[in-house]
Design a protein around this ligand. Structure first.
Ligand code: B12
Length: 304
């Protein structure tokens, strides 16, 4: 089946004004003075892309007063998104309430939270609690599988709203290694890096180490960010060390994180930057980006 073309979501000035609870003339003025990026229709009407609307709201810390006006996949009631807690997020997963999960995530993002803090502060704790459920609930695996699916859909919606990547921005590979089925860690890492202005090629879960190496060459990556969420057996250690050698020889920065990172051999870890959280990954990437092209980058190929 041919996939449906992705519809570019745009807002009229009236829709955007209604969603924010401001006058339409204010929105027109913001467009005309360049505060909000907008296009014009053939007839000369201003149109605001959802991505541009979200950027404006985040920058100016303006949460939508009437989110139902926005063309979200299924317009959820965002409610008091600023005070949503990880508990409510967890309850939404348990109830398999996909609209609520999405509402909490989009609401948080629109009000200025970044992907890294949402990954560490919202997604991780909620899924940790779900992971405990199986001990006493026979439905736990069902809930867990649905939660991952729902979370991925909600995050995919946010991808369209990430800041545009500058042309020629450095490239990073993200992936989880072999026999590692966990989808969310490499996906979150890819979004965190994109938010920092890095182009990302996410290879996703269960990626052979040779493929990761090939990808860095194919895409001319300067960075490789790997998630390790399953214990790496001793017999795999040599392959991990070979990967670190190869990336090191090409001066590609190696970043590694995840629940089972400590099962990697020391010879690998000593050549990588080990990060404990998405927030740490974001700060590290920002530092690297600040150094790209500078003297520091040229003379410092390691992974401090
Ligand atoms: C969803 C899930 C699954 C799903 C995964 C679906 C999918 N395709 O993604 C499926 C059903 C496949 C699964 C399978 C299994 N699972 Co499971 N699973 C989970 C669960 C509930 C959530 C994992 C998750 O996605 N979390 C969300 C991510 C974002 O959080 P995170 O991994 O902690 O990542 C954070 C940090 O570590 C860090 N980070 C992660 N990667 C990186 C990378 C970089 C570069 C950086 C900087 C940071 C970073 O940032 C993230 C955000 O803060 C966890 C519970 C838990 N505690 O996590 C159990 C859990 C991991 N699973 C567990 C088990 C036992 C299993 C199975 C053995 C079950 C079975 N009997 O088959 C299998 C093993 C599969 C395997 N090959 O390893 C146990 C592991 C116990 C242990 N000590 O090892 C857990 C902890 C549940 C529990 N409480 O017992 N699981």
């Amino acid at each position: 089946m041919t996939p449906k073309p992705r519809v570019r979501q745009t807002l009229t000035t009236r829709q955007f004004a209604q969603s924010l609870g401001v006058s339409e003339s204010s929105v027109k003025r913001w467009i005309d003075d360049g505060t909000i990026a907008a296009d014009r229709t053939a007839g000369g009407h201003r149109r605001i892309t959802m991505a541009s609307a979200v950027r404006f709201m985040r920058l100016h810390r303006m949460s939508p007063q009437h989110p139902e006006v926005l063309p979200l996949t299924a317009a959820p009631s965002l409610g008091s998104v600023d005070v949503q807690t990880a508990d409510e997020f967890y309850e939404a997963f348990v109830a398999d309430d996909a609209a609520r999960v999405r509402a909490i995530m989009t609401g948080r993002y629109m009000s200025g939270a970044d992907i890294a803090s949402m990954g560490d502060g919202l997604v991780r704790p909620a899924l940790e609690r779900l992971g405990e459920l199986w001990k006493h609930d026979p439905q736990a695996i069902l809930v867990e599988h649905r939660a991952i699916e729902t979370c991925i859909r909600a995050l995919t919606e946010l991808i369209a709203w990430l800041p545009p990547i500058p042309l020629g921005a450095p490239i990073s590979i993200t992936a989880a290694g072999p026999d590692d089925p966990y989808l969310l860690p490499p996906m979150l890492a890819s979004m965190v890096l994109q938010e920092e202005g890095i182009q990302v090629r996410n290879l996703g879960p269960s990626t052979p180490l040779e493929t990761i190496d090939l990808a860095t060459v194919r895409y001319g990556a300067i960075m490789c960010s790997l998630s390790v969420s399953t214990v790496q057996a001793r017999h795999c250690h040599a392959a991990w060390i070979r990967l670190a050698d190869r990336l090191g020889a090409s001066q590609i920065r190696l970043i590694v994180g995840g629940r089972c990172v400590e099962s990697l051999p020391n010879e690998f870890l000593s050549r990588a930057r080990v990060c404990g959280s998405m927030i740490e990954l974001g700060s590290y990437a920002a530092g690297v980006l600040g150094g790209v092209g500078s003297d520091r980058e040229l003379h410092d190929g390691g992974n401090p």
